[in-house]
Design a protein around this ligand. Structure first.
Ligand SMILES: [Zn+2]
Ligand SMILES: [Zn+2]
Length: 113
């Protein structure tokens, strides 16, 4: 169960979304104690729906590009990822899970400073 970001209550209940919220959020949980809300974007739940490259495992956007596969790091063996390789996708690398995968989508520009 998700925890309330405000009071850490773990009895959050899933709320019905309005039509407009359905486009934006995959899930909305509300805390019965303080009415705090926790929203999840579709791209957090389904990383493949994102328009920018994301790690298929942890859905972070902080990715590195690699020139070649590292034999010691795991490779994401999803057919969609492997197919993108033949379409000229770049080899991405997730710093957190050390996962290597192919993704045609552009990387999100990570602002520095
Ligand atoms: Zn709360
Ligand atoms: Zn990852």
């Amino acid at each position: 169960m998700p925890m309330c970001p405000v009071c850490q209550d773990s009895r959050m209940v899933e709320r019905r979304r309005t039509l407009r919220q359905r486009f934006r959020y995959a899930r909305i949980h509300e805390c019965p104690a303080c009415e705090g809300r926790r929203v999840q974007a579709h791209t957090d739940v389904h990383p493949l729906l994102s328009l920018t490259a994301r790690c298929p495992k942890c859905s972070t956007q902080e990715l590195r590009v690699r020139k070649r596969l590292d034999p010691y790091d795991p490779v994401y063996r999803n057919p969609i990822s492997l197919m993108q390789r033949y379409l000229g996708a770049r080899l991405m690398y997730c710093v957190d899970c050390r996962l290597q995968f192919y993704d045609l989508r552009p990387r999100r520009k990570i602002r520095r400073g």
